[in-house]
Write a protein of this length. Structure first.
Lengths: 674, 160
């Protein structure tokens, strides 16, 4: 199977190289035959990478420890549900997985555009296959997952197969870890498609409405996956790392946030181009930046150039990625520079106080956030290079810098929809802002009275109230108009309003999700923690919770040994039930991992960790954290996801427009015009 | 003018009062001070997490670092002096954020500078957008030479 996988990789590399050439030739000569050939190269690339992925999965599932990758990341006792993710647990496998996802994305893009965007597709294929060439090259050449183990002696090398493997990193043996990396990768990889469409639009000078419409959808999909991946990563950290938090500003976490922020900026500024024909160059810059940061994120995650809690293997792929990043920057900026004359604005700004300038300031804040996160993430490397000094840039830095930026962004989330396109009069501002500001003022006053005096926490919740009032106001105003015109009841009016303009109202739901996320973040200011060595009968008071240790048990699982503390919890004298935090020691790696116990509701989480054991007394160290409002982070993330799906869903008008465009494209194709 | 001045004063007073309340509520018990210091440090065992969040059971480095903090607190040292002691022992990397001196100051300054430059850029763009167009944007407006050449090239291909 190692040989089959290697052959799959070589063949995929050959198809990718051919796809680059065939796509470019098809674009240059406008040859439908060459385009068809390039499309088949994409199919071949997908099939061959799938063969390589299937080979590696086969090796993992059959415990073939002759394979160096399987021996390093799997073991016989590893449960099946954790054997499948072994594919992306290590450097080599994850790069193969990246390439496979790219082949799927490219295949879908080709299939969906088999009868439309015929002028854009040759270069789209060429660029996708260019990215595919790079990834299949490093997967084959630098980080090959099909390397076999052998013993080197004076008489030569002999094949070696260990009896068992090292096993999967225990911290990865968690349910959300099974889907977290694929989600993140779907986000990173997917950004290649809008980049390819944007570059193709520049190269073919097809810079009308079409590329922007296509690219927006192709950006929203990976943006959604990236956001979901980030959220699942947060859940994993919360449940597995045992410190009661979901975000630590770790370089690898930041690497996923960067393209998400840049993509968010693009998804907003693209609306100005669609509505007003402005910001054309800027949108190109944003799409280039988003893709660049996606590759940069993969590089940061996989090269190990910056110390991270995510203990990925350090490797020598760094220089390869540096060259690839330089190629992306040089190629895209050159193409953009050569087409600047085609990207002039169609319109001028009618007023400074308008939706357009609101979007521009939104972009300003988002890009400032990108700069701050990027700078903080790479600063240790820069400091080492300039001063030969090792410094750490952790949560205190990012919290100080990013909280004000986040609050500004939150304000714009609420203010933006209240501004009209072209020009907003003073009367209109007064009319639109009054109710949200009054509502926020009432909520803010109540919070202050209730004892919330920390500036950032108070401001965050005040702005959340402002944004909620602003968004609900938009739904209400729209529904009221429909109720008058169509004589619908309120709920039908809200439903029809949303479905008629899924993009706008889906966007508002996304904003609502962001508000809920901020509510969850604000709860961190009221976090409480305490710890105590406990044996049977010992009590621990954590605010209004009383925790009693009922006993300790230990045992053995197929994959690990464990020690469990049995705790009974009461709150204000009312019994809440048992909690069983656990400490596991995984057999293959002998690594210990806490398995937390959690009682959760919308107001707060009671988070209990078995943090250690005193060898003298045999008592266990119980760490208790009371984490307010954490559930709102997960709910907010879910609302963002649902809003994005809604915004992706084409409205009735969009579906009709798509039909008309398809008919036009087919008519053009009938005349053999590529 | 008067109402604007009053509202500005009111806003300023509100912001200042919130800042003072924030500062006033920030102080805490010795355990809280130790925890706060721990949040500003990284554990030097190699876990790459804040001292308070080191995931290792019975981590000797974590215990040693906490011991230094407690000893210093018992001697009445303030947070900067305690941090200095830890830097002397472990190097600058023990701090969870770069110090605000020398080259490391740029870590703190650059995001703010970027924010201000970005603001000026946004304002400049908005102002440029507002300038009246040199020629009216009508279908009869003269076409850029490069665009004209490209259109002609396209037309030839369609014609051919």
């Amino acid at each position: 199977m190692n040989q089959v996988g290697s052959v799959g990789l070589i063949a995929a590399l050959a198809f990718a190289i051919y796809g680059v050439v065939a796509g470019a030739v098809a674009g240059k000569l406008r040859s439908p035959r060459m385009l068809k050939s390039a499309q088949r190269a994409v199919l071949g690339f997908f099939v061959m990478i799938t063969v390589a992925v299937a080979s590696l999965e086969y090796l993992i599932l059959t415990n073939d420890f002759h394979s160096a990758y399987v021996a390093s990341h799997s073991s016989i006792a590893l449960p099946l549900m954790y054997k499948i993710p072994v594919l992306w647990a290590g450097q080599e496998g994850s790069l193969l997985f990246w390439t496979w996802l790219l082949s799927i994305y490219a295949g879908i893009a080709v299939w969906m555009n088999r009868r439309k965007n015929r002028q854009l597709m040759p270069y789209v294929i060429s660029i996708c296959m260019g990215v595919g060439t790079f990834f299949s090259l490093i997967t084959f050449w630098v980080a090959n997952p099909f390397t076999q183990l052998s013993l080197v002696s004076a008489s030569g090398t002999t094949p070696f197969t260990p009896a068992d493997g090292n096993g999967l990193n225990p911290s990865l043996q968690f349910h959300s870890m099974v889907i977290h990396p694929p989600m993140l990768y779907l986000g990173y990889v997917g950004m290649a498609i809008p980049f390819a469409f944007a570059m193709s639009a520049l190269m073919t000078r097809q810079l009308g409405d079409n590329w922007i419409r296509v690219t927006r959808r192709w950006t929203m999909v990976p943006w959604m996956f990236l956001g979901t991946g980030i959220l699942l990563g947060g859940q994993w950290a919360y449940h597995v790392l045992g410190w009661g938090g979901y975000w630590a500003w770790d370089p690898v976490e930041n690497a996923s946030l960067l393209p998400w922020l840049a993509g968010t900026a693009f998804l907003h500024s693209v609306m100005i181009q669609e509505k007003r024909g402005m910001l054309k160059v800027w949108n190109m810059v944003l799409i280039i930046l988003t893709f660049f940061l996606s590759i940069f994120g993969t590089f940061l995650t996989r090269s190990g150039i910056i110390s991270s809690v995510h203990a990925f293997a350090k490797s020598d792929i760094g220089p390869w990625f540096s060259v690839f990043l330089a190629i992306i920057a040089a190629f895209s900026l050159t193409v953009l520079f050569l087409r600047l004359d085609f990207l002039k604005s169609d319109n001028r700004l009618d007023s400074i106080v308008s939706r357009e300038s609101g979007f521009l300031f939104n972009n300003w804040i988002l890009l400032a956030a990108v700069l701050a996160v990027l700078w903080g993430t790479i600063f240790p490397v820069i400091s080492k290079a300039v001063e030969n000094q090792t410094v750490t840039v952790g949560p205190p830095f990012f919290n100080r810098v990013m909280i004000p930026i986040g609050l500004l962004l939150l304000f714009l989330t609420g203010a933006g929809p209240l501004l009209a396109w072209r020009k907003t009069s003073f009367q209109s501002i007064k009319r639109n802002f009054t109710i949200p500001l009054i509502f926020a003022g009432v909520v803010g006053g109540y919070l202050f009275w209730a004892g919330i005096h920390r500036l950032y926490t108070w401001m965050s919740l005040f702005l959340c109230a402002f944004v909620i009032a602003s968004i609900l106001g938009e739904f209400y105003k729209g529904a009221r108009t429909r109720m008058k015109i169509s004589k619908e009841n309120f709920f039908s009016a809200v439903y029809n309003l949303t479905m008629r303009n899924t993009r706008r109202y889906g966007g508002y739901i996304v904003h609502l999700g962001i508000v809920l996320l901020f509510v969850g973040f604000a709860g961190q200011a009221f976090r409480f923690e305490t710890q105590k060595l406990m044996g049977p009968g010992d009590l621990l008071q954590a605010k209004d919770y009383l925790i009693r240790c009922e006993g300790l048990t230990s045992g053995q699982h197929a994959n690990y040994t464990y020690e469990t503390a049995i705790l009974s919890v009461t709150r204000d004298g009312r019994a809440l039930g048992e909690m069983r935090p656990q400490k596991r020691v995984y057999m293959a790696s002998q690594e210990a991992l806490s398995h937390i116990a959690l009682r959760t509701n919308l107001a707060r989480d009671l988070y209990v960790v078995l943090a250690g054991q005193d060898p003298d007394s045999g008592k266990v160290l119980i760490h208790v954290i009371i984490n307010p409002l954490v559930q709102w982070v997960w709910i907010g993330g879910l609302v963002v996801l649902l809003g994005t799906i809604l915004a992706l869903f084409p409205s009735r008008v969009e579906r009709q427009m798509d039909e008309i465009r398809k008919t036009q494209e087919e008519a053009l194709e009938a005349h053999h015009v590529l | 003018m008067k109402p604007i001045t009053s509202s500005r004063k009111l806003l300023r007073a509100l912001i200042l009062s919130l800042v003072f309340i924030n500062i006033a509520t920030a102080a805490g018990s010795p355990e809280q001070v130790e925890k706060d210091i721990g949040n500003n440090l990284y554990c030097m065992c190699g876990c790459v997490t804040a001292l308070n969040h080191c995931p290792h059971e019975n981590c000797p480095v974590k215990s040693e670092m906490h011991k230094i903090i407690r000893t210093d607190l018992a001697q009445g040292k303030a947070e900067p002096a305690i941090l200095q002691d830890l830097v002397a022992r472990y190097g600058l990397k023990v701090l969870a954020s770069p110090p605000t001196q020398g080259f490391n100051l740029t870590a703190w300054i650059l995001p703010g500078v970027g924010l201000i430059i970005g603001l000026f850029a946004a304002i400049t763009i908005v102002r440029r957008w507002r300038r009246p167009a040199l020629a009216p944007a009508t279908p009869t407006a003269p076409m850029d030479d490069k665009v004209r050449a490209a259109v002609e090239e396209e037309m030839k291909k369609f014609g051919g």
